[in-house]
Write a protein that binds this ligand. Structure first.
Ligand SMILES: [Zn+2]
Length: 77
């Protein structure tokens, strides 16, 4: 699993309106996960889990986007 051995850092910071979270693959192969403090704690936890799935699924490597701003949380992922 890609999560194993992957370093990631959590940041809580203001994001654009309607964006609960974001994830970014850094050039050193670590991840930065961003959570929007405008959302309540349960939403932040959901967002956090959602972003972790991107790491587990290895969504940000290869030809996929290196940055993912979440407009809406989807159910499941
Ligand atoms: Zn996502």
């Amino acid at each position: 699993m890609p999560l194993e051995g992957s370093d990631y850092f959590i940041y809580v910071l203001q994001l654009p309106d309607g964006v609960p979270g974001a994830i970014r693959l850094n050039s050193d192969n670590t991840y930065s996960v961003y959570l929007n403090p405008e959302y309540d704690i349960n939403s932040q936890i959901d967002t956090y889990e959602h972003e972790l799935w991107h790491i587990i699924n290895d969504d940000l490597h290869g030809e996929k986007r290196i940055e993912d701003l979440e407009k809406q949380l989807r159910n499941g992922t």
